[in-house]
Design a protein around this ligand. Structure first.
Ligand code: 6PG
Length: 513
């Protein structure tokens, strides 16, 4: 009855992983401090046809869980593997504190929740003092993927990776070619970092898609059934083929009732409150952390930041309605294009398809640029090709056609080489440039109709800014130099990099200033 793997946390993710691992024939010990959570999971294991419930053992004591692994000297003895699936922060520290004295040298703890990478590295250092391996691993795809095969991004030592690799390769999502969507991302906090930026990209994609659905429905007069058909066609063919969020989007738009909503003729989406909250403390979570990284690493990723801002604005509906009372500005209206004839409208839909592709591709570029910068700063040596490989199935930003586009380009590049994808890989810049006119057209509809589209706007402004040879930031330099003695460079003298300018003008004595 010795267990092979312990799973700490029997919520939807931990529960899904328990059943998945048991389905693949591992003897699992599932722990939760709440007895009813463990009982519920044991009952689900009994009902699940794919799981032999003799592989699932419940525990409400960490000590008993640890003691249920094979004893020292027994032939099955290998390092214990414990997967944590719980909210980040203090709960993880609490469990770590209890587990450390119970474990032996070489045992492995995999933190499978979302976590701030520095917290992971702090725990890795504490675990190392006791000879324990701590792996920070992103697990993506939600509770359905936890049950059927998630995309995993482990980070930690090579030694730990060697032990956990065969298990993770068995459990992870598989590409149609059978390749597991798990690879060792790098040492330290690399795995949690990649997952955090995966979520930053995910948030940008979510915002782009909700903004475009709004434009199609509210400004261009398409019903949700029509939008669903359109999204399905994008999902099946073209540059957004196999995009997970578009796939679940077209399905969700077809629902007319469910989850407390009845008889919604135009789809349940119209009845859902427009406020996006999150389970965790508002000052934390992967969106907040990604935005913080954008600032700290000095990387331009405006679509990711804008998406997070929209979430913040949306979250307090009451406050927002009071602000709207005071501003009393026009609310979003119908677009002139709502009245186009069928032929013209079909043409516009093609343009919108290209625009959405451009915005989604741009968010990938921005997120991958952050990973590249962090990998260089932290010496993690993360491979962008590996990121794309593990995102091919099971995760939220899965986008088959885009992965097929990126992969051969990244495989040609040595690890960590590209500092800036649009500079280093011309094929990506050319691909994004092809979507520029379409992005302009789509955003112009938002401008004309007062529709809210910050991620679409940020995607467009990003391309415009990085494409601009002569930004108007010279005036910013002039003013900064006045009050901050910032110094500026004279045109033609600029050197490579972020060096401070060499010149200063003392014009504070100028009459009238
Ligand atoms: C995933 C998701 C997941 C996400 C939660 C909560 O890859 O499966 O990104 O990890 O964190 O669904 O979402 P928020 O943290 O954005 O509220």
């Amino acid at each position: 009855n010795d267990i092979e793997i312990g799973i700490v946390g029997s919520g939807s993710m931990g529960g899904g992983m328990t059943l998945l691992f048991a389905e693949h024939g591992s003897r699992i010990g599932c722990y939760d401090y709440e007895e009813k959570a463990v009982q519920k999971l044991m009952d689900t294991a009994k009902e699940d046809e794919k799981v032999d419930d003799k592989y699932v053992h419940g525990f409400t004591s960490l000590e008993k869980l640890v003691n249920a692994f094979p004893k020292h000297g027994s032939k099955d003895k290998q390092p214990r593997i414990l997967v944590l699936s719980m909210p980040h922060g203090k709960p993880v520290d609490g469990v770590a504190e209890k587990l450390f004295p119970l474990l032996d040298k070489g045992d492995i703890i995999i933190d499978g929740g979302n976590e701030w990478w520095e917290e992971t590295e702090r725990r890795q250092a504490a675990a190392k003092e006791k000879g324990i391996e701590w792996v920070g691993m992103g697990v993506s795809g939600g509770y359905q993927a936890a049950r059927h095969g998630p995309s995993c991004s482990p980070g930690g030592t090579e030694e730990a990776w060697k032990v956990i690799k065969p298990y993770l390769e068995t459990w992870a999502a598989k590409t149609p070619e059978g390749e597991p969507c798990v690879l060792h991302m790098g040492p330290g906090g690399a795995g949690h970092y990649v997952k955090m930026i995966h979520n930053g990209i995910e948030h940008a994609h979510l915002s782009i898609l909700c903004e475009v659905r709004g434009l199609l429905h509210d400004q261009l007069n398409l019903s949700n059934d029509e939008i669903s058909d359109l999204f399905e066609s994008w999902w099946k063919d073209g540059p957004l083929r196999g995009n997970f969020l578009i796939g679940i989007g077209f399905k969700g738009l077809r629902f007319k009732e469910g989850g407390g909503i009845k008889d919604a003729k135009d789809g349940i989406v119209e009845k859902i409150e427009d406020k996006v909250t999150q389970d965790v403390d508002l000052s934390e979570g992967t969106g907040t952390w990604s935005t913080k990284e954008i600032g700290e690493r000095h990387v331009a990723a405006p679509a990711i930041a804008a998406a997070h801002q929209l979430r913040i604005i949306s979250s307090d509906k009451f406050e927002r309605s009071k602000v709207a009372d005071n501003l009393a500005l026009p609310q979003p209206s119908k677009a002139a294009e709502a009245n186009l004839d069928k032929g013209e409208k079909d043409k516009l839909m093609k343009t919108i398809h290209t625009a959405v592709y451009g915005a989604i591709l741009g968010a990938f570029v921005q997120g991958l640029d952050i990973i590249t910068k962090a990998s260089q700063d932290q010496k993690w040596n993360i491979s962008l090709a590996d990121c794309i490989k593990i995102w091919r199935q099971g995760c939220i930003i899965q986008s088959d056609a885009i992965a097929e586009f990126f992969l051969p380009l990244f495989e040609k590049f040595p690890r960590s080489e590209p500092l800036n994808l649009l500079k280093s890989i011309p094929e990506i810049a050319k691909e994004l440039a092809k979507t520029y006119d379409a992005q302009k057209k789509l955003y112009s509809i938002a401008i004309e109709t007062d529709a809210v589209a910050p991620a679409l706007g940020a995607s467009l402004e990003y391309i415009k800014a990085v494409n601009c040879r002569d930004l108007d930031t010279n005036f910013m330099e002039l003013e900064l130099d006045y009050f901050g003695h910032h110094n500026y460079d004279i045109k033609g003298e600029t050197e490579k990099g972020h060096e401070k300018g060499k010149h200063h003008t003392e014009f504070s004595k100028t009459p009238g200033v």
